[in-house]
Design a protein around this ligand. Structure first.
Ligand code: NAD
Length: 448
């Protein structure tokens, strides 16, 4: 692509992005706490009952040009995003409860808020799910598809997608389902051919989340993974994503504790403060907490949560500061708390001449209140990626790593976990596709 120099930062030619006209269909896999908080929240905002707090696409601005230009439009006025009024939701769950019933069960939103939205929420009923208890031990679903092979199940999801496509103009799929057991990539995940053979032969390496992802990508539908499951983090599905111009991103919404970690750890590193230990514990009592009480699902979550510090601290570059960090993560299922999780961190740090200090963080967060706006932004940005020539065929959308605990990257590339690098990456990607100058924060131009 042609570039021109415009007072420092490079400016790309503006992309021919298709407009966001018509209805955007959002297919949500797993209609539990996060999904119902997302759907009810979007409806509350549409009706003017509340503000979309926490959503960058709805509330964020983007600076263009020099600081002295005073030009900072809303992101949604700068890039062509689908309007909230055009979102149409559907989805799947292993329980037949409609979105109102499921939201009541999740106990995230207040009964008086849900009461106002009840007639709308009751109209959204999940389709039968692809489910196998082998992959989520703590759940026993009744509302499930039947098929002799995983191929047959994938075909049933494809049929669901095709039927929904008749009602809307574009479709995006997002996984808000439970965390599956820990799966290492195996031979079946290496090529699309091997994966498709594995669907026929019921290869145990293919989890239900991958059957949905396969169906979405086969239909050219973008797919976001909000859980730490392997799902689209496999060469076979990356290949399919590129082939069918269906953007992907994952994995695991970066909400409470890891969100804070990826703010604090870069701060310590920026000031060359050492860290000897980081103990993180959580108590939570929602269904997610119950699922994570199973060692298999916990292992998947633990791997996702552990990665960020290792990459941010780069102990190979700073052995004196970060080589021997003791990093421990605990998740405790504690029903009285429901969705109102508490995340504690004890951080043992050391400064000048090795003198020790401590920092304690106690984050009384509401898990799904933090996750819902992330899910919304991922849906809207994946739809934008699908309409943007330079983004739609590259597969992984690394610029969305801002929202994710274990960002997917190209093979051989380490992920960026630092929230502020991620934020700059996201905004510069938006500037790039719109042909606006990138912002490097150099700032020498003000001192000519
Ligand atoms: N809440 C957060 O802040 C947060 C943050 C990061 C990641 N996550 C992840 O997002 C996911 C959803 O979290 P939640 O709090 O909404 O959990 P939840 O238990 O309330 O909802 C998950 C839903 O998925 C359904 N489900 C499970 N397997 C399914 C399948 N194969 N097909 C269709 N539906 C299926 C369950 O029945 C349930 O209704 C979890 O994997 C969680 O780890 C949540």
């Amino acid at each position: 692509m042609a570039t021109k120099q415009q007072g420092g930062p490079k400016t790309a030619a503006k992309q021919k992005i298709a407009p966001a006209t018509g209805k955007l269909g959002v297919m949500v896999v797993g209609m539990g706490a996060v999904a119902t908080t997302l759907i009810a929240g979007v409806e509350a905002v549409r009706r003017g009952l509340a503000k979309p707090i926490g959503s960058l696409t709805q509330m964020g601005t983007i600076r263009l040009g020099k600081r002295t230009d005073n030009k900072s439009p809303l992101i949604k006025d700068f890039v062509p995003l689908a309007d909230l009024k055009d979102l149409v939701f559907t989805g799947w769950d292993i329980f037949p409860d409609n979105v109102y019933e499921s939201a009541v069960h999740a106990q995230v939103l207040k009964p008086e808020t849900l009461a106002k939205l009840k007639p709308y929420l009751e109209t959204i009923k999940p389709m039968p799910a692809v489910f196998d208890q082998y992959y989520v031990k703590r759940l026993n679903g009744t509302h499930v598809k039947k098929g002799k092979t995983k191929r047959e199940l994938a075909d049933q999801v494809i049929a669901d997608i095709r039927a929904f496509k008749k009602k809307v103009d574009r479709v995006v799929m997002i996984w808000c389902g439970s965390t599956e057991i820990f799966l290492e990539p195996s031979a079946v995940h290496q090529t699309l051919k091997a994966f498709e053979k594995g669907l026929e032969t019921n290869d145990p390496g293919i989890a239900p989340s991958q059957i949905y992802a396969y169906a979405a990508l086969s239909e050219g539908v973008p797919f976001a993974n909000g859980a730490p499951n392997l799902t689209v983090d496999a060469p076979a599905l990356i290949e399919l994503s590129k082939r069918n111009a269906a953007p992907i991103c994952g994995k695991d919404f970066k909400t409470g504790q890891t969100f804070m970690k990826t703010v604090l750890a870069p701060a310590f590193k920026a000031r060359m403060i050492g860290v000897s230990g980081w103990f993180s514990t959580n108590i939570l009592g929602n269904r997610d907490g119950e699922v994570l009480d199973d060692p298999g699902s916990f292992k998947t979550k633990e791997e996702s949560k552990l990665g960020s510090l290792e990459y941010i601290f780069q102990p190979e570059l700073y052995p004196d500061l970060y080589k021997n960090i003791y990093h421990k993560i605990r998740i405790n299922y504690y029903p009285p708390r429901g969705d109102e999780k508490e995340a504690w961190d004890n951080i043992d740090i050391f400064g000048w001449l090795g003198y020790p200090m401590q920092l304690k963080v106690d984050f009384l967060c509401r898990d799904s209140i933090l996750a819902a706006p992330i899910a919304l932004d991922l849906v809207l940005f994946l739809d934008l990626a699908k309409r943007t020539p330079e983004l739609r065929s590259i597969g992984i959308q690394e610029w969305l790593s801002f929202y994710l605990k274990s960002p997917q990257t190209a093979e051989g590339l380490y992920p960026e976990h630092d929230l502020f690098i991620q934020s700059m990456k996201l905004k510069n990607t938006l500037r790039h596709i719109m042909g606006a100058g990138l912002i490097t924060h150099l700032g020498l131009e003000y001192y000519d």
